[in-house]
Design a protein around this ligand. Sequence first.
Ligand code: HEM
Length: 509
Amino acid sequence: MALFHLITGWIGYVLMCLLGLILIVFLCFCLYIKYIHLKYDHIPGPPRDSFIFGHSAILGEISNGRVIHDKFLEWSETYGPVYRINGMHIVMLFVTCPDTTKEVLMSPKYPKDSLVYKGLFNLFGQRFLGSGLITAHNHDAWYKQRRIMDPAFSSLYLRGQMGAFNERAERLMDKLADMADTNTAANMHQMFNLVTLDIITKVAFGVDLDLLKESDTLFPKAIEMCLKGMVHYVRDSTFQLYPKNKKFINEVKESVKLLRSTGRRWINERKMAIQNGEDVPKDILTQILKTAGKEENTENEDEELMLDNFVTLFVAGQETTANQLAFAIMELGRLPEILANVKQEVDDVIGMKQEISFDDLGKMTYLSQVLKETLRLYPTAPGTSRFIPNDITINGIPIPAGVTCFFNSYVCGRLDKFFEEPLKFDPERFHPDTAKPYYCYYPFALGPRSCLGQSFAQMEAKVVMAKLLQRFDFSLLPGQSFDILDTGTLRPKSGVVCSIRHRGQTAAA
Ligand code: HEM
């Protein structure tokens, strides 16, 4: 009995100590949060809902079905060129000040923020973007990869790929011609998703998927699932805890596995071809292979890094361009004057020609303006972030080191201090004779970590748009919603469904 009392006494004592310890840790954490508040509260920002959680609750509520960037825009208008958001002990700054945008994004001194990018190493426990180009935040590790990849994305190299861009875009035209002949409505967003995937697999990896004919393949579905999973994974850290999400999570994990196993297969096939002395293209896959053996990595680590970049290119390069094309069609569909101007330019430059040359692309300046204006209103990858390791000053406000700065091109593109009548779609803003926007327009980010695929995306978008405008008239079907869906990338809420006619053919009643 005495022993029993002794043991329960000890257990009670240990429990009391544990409780006391938890209380002390909690109090220390609260004191630390208070210290962070004292350090950063001179920076303007919306009132916090909670001492501990800061603005987390309100951010959670907004992202539920609304474009979260509209709230960021509203706060930018209210609180100015830099405002603060708290999430427990973490401070995030939202910056629209052009001088700071220039200073931070153009310098390698400010690394990508590990808080945001480390999270994408895995997706629900499955290696996803790993240490590839987008997620690498150590400057040296990133730079080694980027230096090797740059040549395969240069205009010089891509100029030689015009044949592939033309050929893949031509398949979309065949599909649209069928739809025009049979008077079938075209879901343009879906079509663009398939053609951009077709183009990237051909130009980057030399693989022929022909998705416009066989759209029911697993690969595009796997990419879509990964993109969907990514949004839940990044925005809601509790998503994995709910049993109702288990099925979805398993599907996402299987999709990641499928992407990586496809990459492994394509990489091995290319390696074999090189070993057999076959003539292989100097394409993006060949460059990915070269990233191996550059560090003191094991063979397995090398392979994993190659797969990280394989997945990265699909995630970064496919939906972004498809969404841009869909938004462009949506705007042209409701602005007949701009549509007529851009068609006129296409007719003047390429006439009846089927094969568009690299030089033709340079001559279609109004089409470039339309595509740039599309990304101003709908920046399909709407922002980037950097960690600030030293004290800086933003718009006269001293900012102590240790914060993360977010740069949001959706917000900048819609602030009337940068763009007059920001909601008006007006390609004249990007007329070659008009002054370039000063560090407030960056749909491809800026500086060393800017988009590797910018030239690729612009060439691809121009070839597809030019051919489409050359051959077809289109009208948006009634009942289309012009809302934006925020799925990490921005995309049109409806599929941009159009009726398609051959040019000159009259509209069906
Ligand atoms: C309209 C189309 C596109 C837009 C708007 C876009 C936008 C962006 C943005 C904003 C970033 C910076 C992301 C960040 O800081 O987290 C980025 C990075 C990147 N993009 Fe794109 N992108 C597009 C198309 C492409 C294409 C077609 C490819 C490849 C085929 C590509 C490959 C990449 C890569 C590899 C990076 C990481 C670059 C680095 O850090 O070195 N993108 N893109």
